[in-house]
Design a protein around this ligand. Structure first.
Ligand SMILES: [Zn+2]
Length: 132
């Protein structure tokens, strides 16, 4: 794991423990993730992050809106995966970025406990996951 990732993880954990984010934390995250973080904060500010939880299991996945006019939504796990093109191209394929803007937006919303919570049945969640 890279140093940047370790620093970012420490900051995410701090934000999670207080459910609030300081200007200093924002500037460090911006330093680490650059333009992707700016884009993520725009998505976050628009309330573009939903957490879809299955009941009764409580398993969840995030649904994050894109920035294009079409307003596509991407399914993502903040730490591991996003269904967008950039995740496969920039992160998995070229290894140039640590994560995409949707993952960052989801992480920001999750750690500040400000995502829109949507409850579905476990069957519906399974159906959603089967389309990944
Ligand atoms: Zn993405």
């Amino acid at each position: 794991m890279s140093i940047s990732n370790l620093v970012a993880d420490t900051i995410w954990q701090k934000i999670e423990s207080t459910h609030s984010v300081t200007d200093d934390q924002l500037s460090i995250l911006h330093f680490i993730f650059g333009k992707n973080f700016e884009r993520a904060t725009r998505i976050f500010d628009q309330g573009g992050v939903k957490r879809i939880s299955g009941e009764p299991s409580g398993r969840s996945i995030f649904q994050v809106v894109g920035e294009s006019r079409k307003k596509e939504e991407y399914l993502c796990f903040p730490e591991h995966y996003c269904s967008c093109y950039s995740f496969f191209y920039d992160i998995v394929n070229r290894g140039e970025e640590l994560c995409c803007k949707h993952q960052l937006a989801a992480r920001l919303a999750a750690s500040t406990a400000t995502c829109i919570d949507v409850k579905v049945s476990d069957d519906e969640l399974a159906l959603l996951l089967s389309k990944l």
